[in-house]
Design a protein around this ligand. Structure first.
Ligand SMILES: CCCCCCCCCCC/C=C/C(=O)SCCNC(=O)CCNC(=O)[C@H](O)C(C)(C)COP(=O)(O)OP(=O)(O)OC[C@H]1O[C@@H](n2cnc3c(N)ncnc32)[C@H](O)[C@@H]1OP(=O)(O)O
Ligand SMILES: NC(=O)C1=CN([C@@H]2O[C@H](COP(=O)(O)OP(=O)(O)OC[C@H]3O[C@@H](n4cnc5c(N)ncnc54)[C@H](OP(=O)(O)O)[C@@H]3O)[C@@H](O)[C@H]2O)C=CC1
Length: 262
């Protein structure tokens, strides 16, 4: 069975946090091309509007909704308004997130809390609310995007701890919610998927280019390559896969510093 046969996705409703930029935008584009209706949710309204205008100017198959995933009341409204407008939520992709670079010794509690709230608590609240309002009774599929934390992440320890929490939360929920027809998996990109928004946060393209040497494939990953992994896990092609973590890193977690170019 082809994973990306559009019939499998037609008229499904997907909710993608951080869906207006970078990896989230690539996921949104892929889901739209497969026939889904998509709601994208994040903090900055102008980004949401620009992406809706770019990808789907003449139809309401793509809607943007302002939501800060650190705010439980905003998540509650996001889910309830999506359900009242579109009638269901088949897929949830928790992609919204981020952090800042800092040695642990300089991370203040407020900064630690901001990163943990964004990445771990935000994902927990999104999962809990979509389950409570829809998936408990109707089933569904959830994909959580993290960073690959398998070797720790120096200078991003707050985010690594939060993402490892998401990874483990996903496994617990995959068991707790299996009988309700809910599957959950994690996609773990290696640190170096180029997108202009991600680069803007980390000092430009050069920061990403420097990673090339540690990637066996000797190239950066693309946002589309993460989107395909996400769509596979959402699809019925993955109907017996739950609680798993899929790395998208070109093999970089195996012997990452070995330079095979010489
Ligand atoms: C060994 C060297 C390795 C270098 C490797 C480079 C690696 C690059 C590869 C990166 C791979 C990953 C890519 C991505 O994840 S792409 C996604 C990028 N997008 C984002 O990160 C955007 C989202 N990020 C945020 O929104 C913020 O980082 C944050 C989660 C913290 C929320 O920020 P917000 O401004 O809303 O938070 P607060 O106003 O509540 O601030 C709270 C406190 O947080 C501290 N803080 C926040 N930003 C910084 C900063 N840039 N530097 C230091 N401290 C920061 C700070 O204590 C804030 O409180 P105060 O302002 O009162 O001090
Ligand atoms: N690029 C890379 O190399 C890698 C990225 N990742 C992860 O993939 C995901 C997407 O990153 P990428 O596309 O690269 O970068 P982006 O900066 O483009 O994406 C981050 C998205 O998250 C949204 N967001 C951040 N904070 C919140 C919040 N509190 N509430 C709602 N939305 C929020 C942002 O929108 P807004 O600011 O408008 O709220 C933005 O759309 C992130 O979780 C990132 O950490 C993981 C591994 C590697």
């Amino acid at each position: 069975m082809s994973v990306f046969r559009p019939l499998l996705f037609k008229n499904k409703v997907a909710l993608v946090t951080g869906g207006a930029t970078g990896i989230g935008k690539a996921i949104t584009e892929e889901l739209l091309s497969l026939g889904c209706k998509v709601v994208i949710a994040s903090r900055k309204e102008e980004r949401l509007k620009a992406t809706v205008q770019e990808l789907c100017p003449n139809s309401n198959r793509l809607r943007g909704k302002v939501c800060n995933i650190r705010k439980e009341d905003q998540i509650n409204t996001l889910i309830s308004s999506t359900l009242s407008e579109l009638g269901k939520i088949d897929y949830l992709v928790n992609n919204g997130g981020g952090q800042y670079l800092s040695p642990v010794a300089d991370i203040r509690l407020k900064g630690w809390d901001a990163v943990v709230e964004t990445n771990l608590t935000g994902t927990f609240l999104m999962c809990k609310e979509v389950y409570g309002q829809w998936m408990r009774e109707n089933g569904g599929v959830i994909v959580n995007i993290i960073l690959d934390t398998s070797r720790g992440i120096p200078m991003m320890a707050h985010s690594a701890a939060a993402r490892a929490g998401v990874d483990n939360l996903t496994k617990s929920l995959a068991v707790e919610w299996a009988a309700n027809g809910v599957r959950l998996n994690t996609v773990a990109p290696g640190g170096f998927i180029y997108s202009p928004t991600a680069a803007a946060n980390y000092g430009g393209r050069d920061v990403f280019e420097k990673a090339r040497v540690g990637i066996p494939a000797k190239r950066l990953g693309t946002t589309q390559e993460v989107a395909s992994a996400v769509c596979f896990l959402l699809s019925p092609g993955a109907s017996f896969i739950s609680g798993e973590t899929l790395k998208v890193d070109g093999g970089a977690n195996f012997f990452p510093s070995l330079d095979r170019s010489r």
